[in-house]
Design a protein around this ligand. Structure first.
Ligand code: SF4
Ligand code: MG
Length: 334
């Protein structure tokens, strides 16, 4: 099946004190129609920069894509004008964020904000649009929709605000929904309800979902396929079963070793010793995980491991596997 979204050798970076530093360095993966792809890794690994790159929402003063392509239905998004991109955002690709309070306008009613999304992309009458907005709120499980449309974001709970965000995101039935840590700010019970809702909508509408998370419990629940990122690179990619039952990269193995018990709240995966190197401290050569890797070998500081297929549909970037050694196989994308 043809990919809906193809990220191809993406390089995204930022100007910091006069130098350009890559937050994303050579990331490639696809999202197929109706597929749920989870992008997993700690904070600082480049997950959010990737979603901002896709949406063409990088900070204009210092962020840019300087290599690679992001193709949506075969079209390179970087080549589109701001106007064309506005036509795609919200209509073909939608995004929901961790903290809906920052994405909702505090001085406008909920109804007005959903209406606006619909009006942006269609020419229906105001009455029709309001009817649809109320129905959308019902679809995301808000029963008092007729009243809620007249309320303001601060009058709602965090879980309700996230439901409103989802209603806005699905208003135009996008082919792709990008959800960046959509439940992190919510308590555990509400988290589960919101994930269930995303899953249900994904199923009903046949949407593809790219779900960005640090939470492996969420991955297990939601993913068809998993992309594990570390320090701006993909280190492992596979279907969800093999990620959990046959993880190959030491980082993936460490992440799995750090799954918290059900009753603990996982804010961050801080049980792996050390932290992701910051943008300005990224090693110039060798494996980026070397300082934290329990299996590190002397050559890991010198040789850049290549992302390579170890078995069909399972790729890994680690010198423990001969496929990852440079010259062994060309860099692959799946
Ligand atoms: Fe560890 Fe070396 Fe593999 Fe990097 S390449 S993950 S340091 S074993
Ligand atoms: Mg993030």
């Amino acid at each position: 099946q043809n990919a809906l979204l193809e990220i191809d050798n993406l390089h995204t970076g930022f100007n910091i004190d006069g130098d350009f530093h890559h937050a994303i360095k050579g990331v490639s993966f696809d999202v197929k129609p109706k597929e749920v792809v989870c992008v997993v890794g700690e904070s600082g690994c480049g997950k959010s920069v990737m979603s901002l790159s896709i949406m063409q929402l990088l900070p204009k003063h210092n962020g840019k894509i300087d290599k690679g392509e992001i193709r949506f239905n075969g079209q390179n998004l970087a080549e589109l004008s701001e106007k064309q991109m506005n036509g795609i955002r919200g209509k073909d690709i939608s995004m929901i964020f961790q903290e809906p309070m920052t994405a909702l306008n505090p001085v406008l009613t909920i109804g007005f904000q959903i209406d606006e999304v619909l009006l942006n992309h269609s020419k229906t009458s105001k009455e029709q649009v309001r009817k649809k907005s109320i129905q959308l709120l019902k679809d995301v499980g808000i029963s008092r929709s007729e009243q809620i449309v007249h309320e303001y974001p601060h009058q709602l709970s965090g879980g309700m605000r996230q439901r409103v965000m989802i209603a806005m995101a699905i208003a135009c039935e996008p082919a792709l929904l990008i959800a960046d840590e959509p439940t992190t700010a919510l308590d555990v019970t509400v988290q589960a309800q919101i994930l269930e809702l995303i899953k249900k909508i994904q199923d009903d509408k046949g949407m593809a979902v790219m779900l960005i998370t640090h939470d492996l419990g969420v991955v297990a629940e939601m993913a068809d396929r998993v992309v594990v990122m570390y320090a701006g690179q993909v280190v492992e990619q596979s279907d969800v079963d093999r990620i959990f039952h046959d993880p190959k990269h030491p980082y993936t193995q460490a992440l799995l070793g750090s799954i918290p018990k059900m009753d603990e709240k996982a804010d961050e995966l801080n049980t792996i010793k050390g932290i992701v190197p910051t943008l300005t401290k990224m090693p110039k050569q060798g494996c980026r995980f070397v300082d934290r890797c329990p299996a590190a070998m002397p050559e890991c500081k010198q040789i850049d491991p290549q992302l390579a297929e170890t078995d069909k549909g399972h790729t890994v970037r680690c010198l423990l596997y001969k496929e990852s050694q440079p010259g062994e196989k060309a860099e692959v994308r799946t």
